[in-house]
Design a protein around this ligand. Structure first.
Ligand code: ARG
Length: 595
């Protein structure tokens, strides 16, 4: 994708240690050998029984004019013992290494418990990057589909902040507060609701949801009336009048827009607060709307755009992108016009080098045109603009549509999930736990279910929203991982963890596999960041929870042979808990203390 990328540091201390042990031996064979390629040639063997890390000998085979398998055999023959490495085996083109239990524990349990894993610097020279996500339209309903964008954008911002550093990542939103959808909503209120109902709605806490329903009703009504030529003309004239007033900034429709716009914004803020999302800057469609027309006229005057049949824009038809129209022949702007002005402001306001747009896949052509336009207009950052597309959210019985009336509004969805958690999981604690804790745990679990469900699927795949499935405690779900965390938390209390451990005692295969898995936390984060794939972190955390369960089953804490072994197992549990908590937080998911 983009040109300006970051440099991944050699951030895994255990890989570095192994690469450093290998380097002098490789240099004897090939004096030009260097550390970084050796580090990068270290991979995980497909089967953990083969070893903890493997070195692929391919990179030196060519220079040495030997087969990779021969290089592996030669290296093995010369191998001298190294602290922390328990065994070395040549297996085909690979050299397989096993670490000692002490070494594994040092790089997992110890470095997790002392927090260094969570602070390691992961990359160098990251470009200043902006994410734009969650761009709902005012006057429309917020539904479960919007959560995909919100969860994806939020998690990417969190992952990028961890990888790039907080100051290098800017989060923005761009709600659509003007346009035909607003006109349709106001049209319906004017013609089919009446001012007395509107007056009552002013006091209704659910007025924003109601507004969204008025938009849907308007949409359906207008569509139905299209067949009647008289009604069609009348409606068209009225919609034009509404849009005109909005643009002029005065008139009764403008006043109604201003008032109702706030209702939608209040609801958005409420949702963001609930989801733990904050934006550094809110850009509005209304703020770039008329400015964008001026900007485009200026570019045209400077000879940067062309005219075609009265319209102004750029012709990309020889690149299969068609004509990108920026001014219609009547002098009005379009969606792309606003995006050109928006991009210009983003570059200027924040001096960003890279700009990511989290927007659904239907807008792919639009963004291709906009990015090419920015390039022709001379913006250097155009090459580093990226449309992060994602697929739709459907219900088990098919696509959501306001016509079918099967849209699940966000607020009622969250309430339903909370209630489900309370009755299904938390009812048994009703006499034990204080009520506020029950409420808060139900809320935390609902968040876990939604975020994990929205993120576990790759962005190019459809998501089928299934509330019961997402809330399951025994399957791949957010609540399952939260539950694993809560169990670890209670273990530590039950057995009085002292935080001391002896890594050399953690020799059971289940302990080893868990530690080996924990070691890769930062690598998974960097990969998820680099590939815009929170789903990779989802999978990793699910695996972590499962490996923990196997360990907990195989290696008794209560019946550990010695107190020292018990404490070491508790320390491994605690480290697993911290990895789960930190990993979930990068997905935007909080954890409950108990569950
Ligand atoms: N509000 C728009 C919509 O609902 C999405 C805006 C996407 N962002 C952008 N810069 N065009 O379709």
């Amino acid at each position: 994708m983009s040109e300006k990328s970051f440099k991944v540091l050699l951030h895994e201390p255990f890989r570095l240690k192994l690469a450093e042990s290998l380097l002098p031996r490789l240099k004897q064979m090939d004096p030009s050998a260097e550390l970084e390629p050796v580090y990068k040639a270290l991979v995980e063997p497909p089967n953990p029984d083969m070893g903890h890390l493997a070195f692929g000998c391919f990179i030196f085979a060519k220079v040495l004019k030997k087969s990779p398998a021969q290089v592996a055999t030669d290296l093995k023959a010369q191998w001298q013992p190294v602290d922390g490495i328990a065994s070395v085996e040549a297996a085909g083109p690979y050299l397989n290494f096993k670490f000692t239990s002490e070494f594994l524990a040092q790089h997992t349990v110890e470095n997790v418990l002392n927090g260094s894993v969570f602070k390691t610097k992961l990359v160098a020279e990251p470009p200043k990057t902006m994410f734009e996500y969650s761009q709902p339209n005012t006057h429309k309903e917020l539904h479960v589909g919007h959560m995909r964008n919100l969860c994806l954008g939020d998690s990417l911002v969190r992952l990028y902040r961890r990888t790039y550093g907080n100051d290098m990542v800017i989060s923005t939103t761009f709600p659509g507060d003007v346009g035909t959808h607003v006109a349709k909503c106001l049209w319906y209120i004017e013609n089919h609701v009446g001012m007395d109902v509107l007056d009552q709605k002013r006091k209704d806490p659910l007025k924003a949801e109601w507004l969204g329903q008025m938009y849907s009703a308007g949409n359906i009504k207008l569509e139905d009336e299209e067949k009647d030529p008289v009604k069609y003309e009348k409606n068209k004239a009225q919609l034009t009048e509404i849009l005109k007033q909005l643009e002029a900034g005065s008139g009764k429709y403008f006043d109604l827009w201003k008032e109702t716009r706030e209702w939608s914004i209040d609801l958005m803020e409420q949702v963001y607060r609930w989801a733990g999302v904050e934006f550094d800057r809110w850009y509005w469609e209304s703020e770039v709307d008329s400015a964008s027309v001026k900007t485009v006229k200026k570019y045209f005057a400077e000879g940067k755009l062309i005219e075609s049949q009265g319209a102004i824009g750029l012709d990309f038809s020889n690149e299969n992108l068609g004509f990108c129209m920026l001014l219609k022949s009547d002098g009005t702007g379009l969606y792309a016009t606003k995006d050109v002005e928006l991009a210009r402001r983003k570059f200027e306001d924040f001096k960003i080098e890279k700009s990511i747009y989290v927007v659904d896949m239907r807008q792919a052509l639009h963004f291709k045109q906009v990015f090419r336009t920015l390039e022709v207009l001379g913006f250097e950052q155009a090459k580093n603009c990226y449309h992060l597309q994602y697929n739709f959210v459907e219900l088990p019985d098919g696509a959501m549509s306001s016509r079918k009336g099967n849209i699940i509004p966000l607020t009622s969805l969250v309430n339903r999930m909370r209630d489900h958690v309370k009755t299904e999981y938390l009812a048994r604690y009703s006499n034990e736990w204080p009520q506020p804790e029950i409420e808060s745990v139900a809320d935390v679990v609902a968040k876990g279910a939604i975020h994990y469900g929205m993120l576990r699927q790759d962005t190019n795949k459809k998501i089928v929203f299934d509330m019961n499935e997402w809330l399951k405690l025994d399957g791949e779900s957010g609540p399952f991982i939260q539950y694993s965390y809560a169990r670890i938390n209670s273990l530590r209390k039950k057995f009085e963890a002292k935080g001391s451990f002896n890594g050399s005692l953690l020799t059971h295969p289940s302990e080893q596999k868990l530690m080996q898995h924990l070691m890769n936390f930062n690598t998974v984060i960097v990969n998820a960041t680099e590939n815009f794939k929170p789903s990779a972190l989802c999978t990793y955390l699910y695996e972590t929870a499962k490996k923990f369960n196997v360990f907990y089953h195989d290696c008794s804490i209560g019946n550990a042979e010695t107190e020292e072994l018990r404490q070491s197992r508790l320390a491994l549990s605690a480290a697993t808990g911290l990895i789960l908590k930190e990993g979930l937080s990068l997905l935007g998911i909080p954890v409950p203390d108990r569950m």
